[in-house]
Design a protein around this ligand. Structure first.
Ligand code: ADP
Ligand code: MG
Length: 263
């Protein structure tokens, strides 16, 4: 049974989408069957993986609201072992449509739980909000990765997010775990970056991934190529960091493949 991991932080610009794309691609490169679900109406993961959101008419939302089987909308990406459930932009009304639905927090879980048999990892890229769609993602997930930018105000909003996770654990998804807090956009030259790393590690101890994602130009450029960085800059610092993260997660979950144990 595959593991469902949501990437969440209601703060925008912290690296959720970059992490969803590049972690998923790295897991795929390690030959884990991986699916990314774009659960953000901004559809950045969708375009970042080479799909034009304007040409997409069906997303995870239509599966949740109209009962369309999710299998029908899965796209195989250019990367072997990596599939995508795309998003599109006209979704502002989706949360409103769901408001009167029964079990409205559990729609995504109903839609995707069957996919766990087909994939080793399912990565959900959440929008910068703690709205109903994100709550659905956290209810469907086995665990959550929280990207935290190595910047001023890094910890802002984190308390609210952790509190939301606690409420979801109590009411909707008792098995939800925190896979880890991921430090992103780290700049070794900046004292501030180093201070944030220290502070986050001090506060959250072993909840923090060992892997730190550096600020890296190629990671920032990747979306304009419609490819994850590993597909065009495999030796780059950003790609290697996400590959290390993929290995760290595989190892943590007892899934590390023997032939890759030395890499
Ligand atoms: P979110 O999904 O949380 O809003 P993104 O992943 O879209 O955040 O990142 C915000 C911006 O920062 C994007 O332009 C992205 O390309 C850039 N970015 C993210 N991570 C890095 C990184 N490690 N190095 C350089 N640029 C990054
Ligand atoms: Mg995003």
């Amino acid at each position: 049974m595959g593991k469902i991991i949501a990437i969440a932080n209601q703060k925008g610009g912290v690296g959720k989408t970059t992490t969803a794309m590049n972690l998923a691609a790295s897991l795929a490169v390690l030959e884990y069957k991986t699916l990314v679900i774009d659960a953000d109406p901004q559809a950045n993961t969708t375009s970042g993986l080479g799909q034009d959101p304007k040409s997409i008419s069906t997303s995870i939302y239509e599966c949740m609201v109209d009962g369309i089987p999710v299998e029908e909308i899965i796209i195989h990406t250019e990367i072997e072992y990596l599939d995508l459930v795309p998003s599109h932009i006209d979704l502002v009304g989706a949360e409103v449509e769901m408001i009167n639905m029964e079990n409205r927090e559990e729609k995504m879980k109903e839609v995707i739980s069957g996919l766990r048999e087909k994939y080793d990892f399912i990565i959900i890229d959440c929008s910068p909000s703690l709205g109903l769609i994100t709550i659905n993602a956290l209810t469907a997930a086995n665990s959550v990765i929280i990207p935290v930018q190595c910047e001023y105000f890094a910890l802002e909003g984190l308390g609210k997010l952790l509190n939301t996770i606690k409420i979801i654990q109590t009411r909707l998804n008792p098995d939800l775990e925190i896979e880890g807090i991921l430090l992103t956009m780290y700049d070794v030259r900046l004292r501030l970056s180093n201070q944030v790393v220290e502070e986050v590690r001090l506060h959250f101890k072993n909840m923090v991934f060992e892997t730190i994602i550096p600020r890296n130009v190629r990671l920032g450029e990747a979306p304009s190529f419609g490819l994850p960085a590993i597909a065009f800059d495999a030796e780059g610092k950003g790609s290697i960091a996400y590959l290390n993260l993929a290995n760290e997660i595989a190892e943590k979950n007892g899934l590390k493949k023997p032939e890759q144990a030395h890499g």
